[in-house]
Design a protein around this ligand. Structure first.
Ligand code: DGY
Length: 331
């Protein structure tokens, strides 16, 4: 038994991940893993730095910052990092690359869930559902009124997508049956293959701001996209427009967004992501009726979170065997 144990590769898992992924790790016979056995509290930085020492593989979620300090603490055994997320802004890719560490992530399996939630958030924001349920249960519901709680409809609208990838396409596919008139998008370059599927027109960032009745942010957070949604953008948008962000909070300058919403420069915003997370309950954005804030739940369906954990586990095991991962980041 002693000898067998020593041939197993050592892995640290930074979260109690959903059961499908854990089962794969347990039954693999390939790794000996230690787990931060909570989903309610993230592993502390100090604990993480201690636990990664000497591991061959690391499975993390988006709350862990994987940087030079952490990789140094892990040491030269670390060969594979697998994140249970499609986003990778929490990873220092340069540092990983420098050390020859391979990186797995979990795109595609969450596209449907994220698109579905984005549509839900968009409709909740544009049709003012949070305000409406609040009024209904707190006595604000008087007689039927002609303009009370009116919002903006998708029919005949122009929907803009900032950053057209799989998720943007999936959102557009779901919105099309609502009789959207036109889809437009911007990105670093036109993406004709993806755009064709949803008949979307490539426009400049400026035109995206000006034309969009609904603007959905679907880009990754990178140094180039950091706070790209700022007062310059909001000032060009129509005062009837709805801004939706299910990508990363860092893409938005939140002070500028607050100003735009408070001044009525745009009609409303729906955010599933913020800076920081959790957003403090006394944050000014929470005081606005025209801002709907969700606690980063776009991929939160049982099916999807299990699929993400299974993919993250499989990526890790394949990487540790020196085989191609199912979904590996090109560094
Ligand atoms: C991700 O995967 O990056 C999401 O933000 C959480 O599902």
């Amino acid at each position: 038994v002693q000898r067998e144990m020593s041939t197993l590769q050592r892995v640290y898992v930074t979260r109690q991940i959903p059961p499908e992924g854990l089962k794969i790790l347990k039954e693999s016979g390939q790794v000996q893993f230690e787990l931060w056995d909570s989903d309610d509290v993230p592993v502390s930085r100090a604990e993480l730095l201690k636990k990664v020492k000497g591991v061959d593989g690391l499975l993390c979620v988006l709350t862990e910052k994987i940087d030079a300090e952490l990789l140094d603490a892990a040491g030269p055994n670390l060969k594979v990092l697998s994140t249970m997320s499609v986003g990778f802004d929490h990873l220092s890719l340069d540092e990983l690359k420098k050390r020859g560490i391979r990186v797995g992530y979990t795109p595609e399996v969450l596209t449907d869930a994220v698109a579905e939630l984005t549509v839900a958030l968009l409709l909740t924001t544009s049709r003012r559902l949070v305000e409406a349920t609040h009024e209904a249960k707190t006595g604000g519901w008087g007689t039927w009124r002609t303009l009370w709680l009116c919002g903006h409809e998708l029919a005949n609208s122009t929907v803009g997508i900032l950053g057209l990838g799989r998720i943007g396409v999936a959102i557009a596919e779901r919105l099309a049956p609502f009789k959207v008139k036109k889809f437009i998008y911007t990105d670093v370059a036109p993406r004709p293959e993806l755009a064709k599927a949803i008949n979307a027109e490539y426009v400049s960032f400026d035109e995206l701001a000006k034309q969009s009745d609904f603007l959905a942010v679907c880009c990754a957070l990178t140094p180039e996209t950091k706070e790209i949604c700022n007062k310059e953008l909001f000032s060009k948008m129509k005062n009837t427009s709805i801004f939706i962000n299910t990508s990363r909070g860092g893409v938005v300058n939140q002070e500028d967004l607050y100003e735009a919403l408070a001044a009525g420069q745009i009609a409303g915003a729906g955010l599933d992501v913020t800076v920081p997370e959790p957003l403090p309950t006394n944050h000014p954005l929470f005081t606005l009726k025209n801002c709907v804030i969700l606690p980063h739940i776009a991929s939160a369906s049982y099916t999807t979170r299990n699929a993400m954990s299974a993919l993250a586990a499989n990526n890790l095991l394949l990487g540790l065997r020196g085989e191609p991962m199912i979904k590996e980041l090109k560094l």
